[in-house]
Design a protein around this ligand. Structure first.
Ligand code: FES
Length: 118
């Protein structure tokens, strides 16, 4: 079994067609999704970062929202990384994200900028 990428970034692209509550799709979630994919490729982080579209992350009023899960270093077993992902351990979320913010967010994950250990 191959190790998982260390980070998983979930981009809320939830769409509400009606209702009083805002949704990230209507606030630019798709643009965040596109920018994230472009910047992952630009920085060559395809093995370090997995990007996923997500349903509602429960930060609708502040969207677009993203959450990042640190699954731990690759030296950890894939089983343990999977458990961390499942329970969203080491999760941090950002709100009111703009496409121009993505590069900076990814830079914070790059070697030399991240905390060592799991
Ligand atoms: S719709 Fe994006 S956090 Fe709820």
């Amino acid at each position: 079994m191959q190790p998982m990428s260390r980070y998983e970034i979930r981009v809320c692209t939830n769409r509400r067609l009606t209702g009083k509550k805002p949704s990230c799709y209507n606030n630019g979630g798709e643009a965040i999704w596109i920018a994230l994919q472009q910047q992952i490729e630009r920085f060559g982080l395809q093995h370090e970062v997995t990007a996923r579209k997500s349903g509602c992350l429960d930060r609708c009023e502040e969207g677009p929202a993203i959450c990042m899960v640190d699954r731990g270093a690759g030296s950890e077993s894939p089983l343990w990384q999977g458990i961390r992902t499942l329970f969203s351990a080491n999760k941090t979320c950002r709100v009111r994200v703009q496409p121009r913010d993505i590069a900076e967010i990814l830079k914070e994950l790059r070697p030399g900028n991240r905390n060592s250990g799991g």
